[in-house]
Design a protein. Structure first.
Length: 479
C-alpha cells in the first residue's frame, strides 16, 4: 500500500477526532485522554447505557460515523473484534484520514477467527488505500497537540506537566506498554518528545512507514524505535539508511533470543531475525542498536545534550577513591580510556591538592575539602590534551548551596564552549527523599545542557554509544 504522508499529518494533528466504541467500563479512557486536543472530539456509540455517560463528559455522541458533520482526521476504534470489519467500511465511506484500532484478538491470538478477521482488515484497507494503525495498539501521540495516550503516561503527565513539553524526539514502538514507558522515561530524563506511535500488529502501517514519516518531519531531530518484527525487512533497511543520513536513529530490538522470539509471536504475531544478522544490518545502515529501554533513553539523552563525541579519553572527578575505582572500571570496560593527565595538569592540581589521601591522577578524588575547588578542576580537565570528555559524579541532594552553583556554572561554561562533551553521573538509592531531590538537581543540570545518568554504568554506556555513533557517521561520510 502506498502511504499518503498528508493523511498521516492529519492523523497526528487532528482537527477532528472521533472515538468509536468507548465505554464507561474503562472510564471512557479514550475520550478522557483526548479532551485537551485543540480540535473537535466526537463519540460514536450505539449503546444507550453508555450514551448518557458520554454526554456527561460534554462530548457530542452520534450513533453512526456517517452523521459526524465534518471531515474526520483520526478515528480511535475500541469495539469488539467481530464488529471491526463493519466499522472499517464506515471509515472508508467517510473518507477518514487514518484510524487507530485499539481492539485486540486478531492474528496475535493464533485463533482461526482472529487470523481471518485481521486478513479481512488488511485486504480491505489495502484495496481502499486506507491508513489503519494497529490493530492491538495504543496509537499515536503528539505532545504539541495536547493529546496523551492513556495509562501511566497520562497519570504522570497530570502530576508533572512541566516534564511533558513538546520537544524534538520521535519514538516508534510496536508495544503499547513500551511506547508509554519510553515517552514517560524520556520526559523525566529531559528528552522532550515531539511525536510517538504504538502500532501493535502493524498489519497495514508498520515501523517502516512511521520511520519514513518521522524521517521527513522537520520537528523531529532524533528517532528511537522498539521493534519486534518486520513485514518487509528489505524496505525497512532501505528507509533506515536514508533516514540516518539526516538524523540519528537508535533501535531496541525485542526477541533477540529464541524464547523471546516465541513470546513475540503471541504478542504481535511478528517474525524475528537472528541477532547477529540484525545488528550487522542496522550498523551498515548507520543506526545504533541497543538492548533495553534504559540504553535507548540514555543514548537519546547523550545525543540531545552532549557536544559531538570524537575521542575516547575520559576525565573523571567528583567522587571518593572507591567511587573513582568503580568509575574507572565501568568506563574502561565499555572500551573508553581513563588516561593519566599531562604533567602541566598535574602541576596545576598540585598547587591546591595538598590533602593527604586525596588523589588527582585521574580520576580526581574530591570527597574532601578539595570539593571547593571543583571549578578549577573542571577548567584543568577541559584544557588537558589527554582528555576528550569530562564526567563528574554529582550527589542527588547536592543542588542547594554555593558549592553546587559554582560547579554548575563551571560545567555550563564548558558546555557553552563545546570543545569537549561534559556529562554527570547521579547514582540513586531507593530512598524516596533522594529521588525527589534528584529531580531538582537534574532539572538544574539539564537547563544548562548537561545530561545526568542514573548510574555509573549507564553513563559509561551512553558516552561510548555516542562515540560509536559519531565515528560511524564519519566513516560513512568518508566511504
Amino acid at each position: 500500500m502506498k502511504v499518503d504522508f498528508a493523511k498521516l499529518d492529519r492523523a497526528f494533528n487532528p482537527k477532528c477526532l472521533v472515538v468509536v466504541g468507548d465505554k464507561g467500563i474503562s472510564n471512557f479512557r479514550w475520550l478522557r485522554s483526548h479532551m485537551n486536543l485543540p480540535g473537535k472530539v466526537y463519540s460514536v456509540q450505539i449503546d444507550p447505557k453508555e450514551i448518557e455517560g458520554i454526554k456527561a463528559l460534554g462530548v457530542t455522541n452520534f450513533t453512526s460515523l456517517m452523521d459526524v458533520p465534518e471531515p474526520v482526521d483520526l478515528a480511535i476504534v475500541a469495539v469488539p473484534r467481530e464488529v471491526t470489519p463493519r466499522i472499517l467500511e464506515d471509515l472508508i465511506r467517510k473518507d477518514v484520514a487514518a484510524a487507530h484500532f485499539f481492539t485486540a484478538g486478531f492474528a496475535e491470538s493464533h485463533t482461526e477467527k482472529g487470523i481471518q478477521l485481521e486478513r479481512m482488515l488488511v485486504e480491505r484497507s489495502e484495496q481502499a488505500n486506507f491508513h489503519l494503525i494497529g490493530p492491538n495498539c495504543m496509537g499515536i501521540l503528539n505532545l504539541a497537540q495536547g493529546g496523551l495516550v492513556p495509562g501511566q503516561t497520562q497519570a504522570v503527565a497530570v502530576r508533572e506537566p512541566s516534564n511533558f513539553i513538546a520537544g524534538s524526539a520521535g519514538l516508534i514502538s510496536q508495544s503499547g506498554m513500551h511506547g508509554g514507558t519510553l515517552v514517560r522515561e524520556a520526559a523525566l530524563q529531559g528528552v522532550r518528545v515531539s511525536k510517538s506511535v504504538s502500532y501493535g500488529n502493524g498489519s497495514v502501517l508498520d515501523s517502516t512507514d512511521f520511520l519514513e514519516y518521522f524521517g521527513r518531519d522537520p520537528e523531529i531531530t532524533e528517532i528511537g524505535l522498539y521493534i519486534e518484527g518486520l513485514k518487509d525487512g528489505k524496505r525497512f533497511l532501505k528507509v533506515l539508511k536514508e533516514v540516518t543520513k539526516r538524523k540519528p536513529v537508535v533501535i531496541w530490538k525485542g526477541g533477540r533470543t529464541e524464547a523471546g522470539g516465541r513470546t513475540i509471536s503471541s504478542h504481535t504475531d511478528s517474525l524475528s531475525a537472528p541477532r547477529a544478522v540484525w545488528e550487522a544490518a542496522v550498523k551498515q545502515c548507520g543506526a545504533i542498536s541497543v538492548n533495553r529501554v534504559e540504553e535507548l533513553i540514555d543514548f537519546l539523552q547523550a545525543l540531545h545534550f552532549l557536544s559531538p563525541v570524537h575521542g575516547d579519553g575520559v576525565g573523571l572527578t567528583g567522587g571518593s577513591g572507591g567511587q573513582g575505582v568503580a568509575m574507572t572500571d565501568a568506563f574502561t570496560e565499555t572500551g573508553l580510556r581513563v588516561p593519566s593527565l599531562t604533567k602541566d595538569s598535574l602541576d596545576k592540581l598540585a598547587v591546591f591538592f595538598s590533602l593527604i589521601g586525596g588523589s588527582y591522577l585521574n580520576p580526581i578524588d574530591t570527597a574532601n575539602e578539595n570539593r571547593n575547588n571543583m571549578a578549577r578542576i573542571i577548567e584543568i580537565l577541559e584544557q588537558d590534551a589527554n582528555i576528550d570528555n569530562l564526567v563528574v559524579l554529582v550527589g542527588a541532594r547536592s543542588s542547594a548551596g554555593p558549592q553546587f552553583d559554582n560547579l554548575l556554572n563551571a560545567l555550563a561554561e564548558v558546555r557553552k564552549r563545546g570543545k569537549k562533551p561534559v556529562a554527570t553521573l547521579m547514582p540513586l538509592s531507593f530512598s524516596p527523599g533522594e529521588a525527589e531531590a534528584a529531580g531538582t538537581t537534574i532539572q538544574k543540570l539539564q537547563k544548562v545542557g548537561i545530561p545526568a545518568f542514573f548510574s555509573i554504568e549507564r553513563g559509561a554506556f551512553a558516552l561510548k554509544k555516542a562515540l560509536d555513533y559519531y565515528r560511524m557517521k564519519k566513516a560513512i561520510s568518508a566511504g
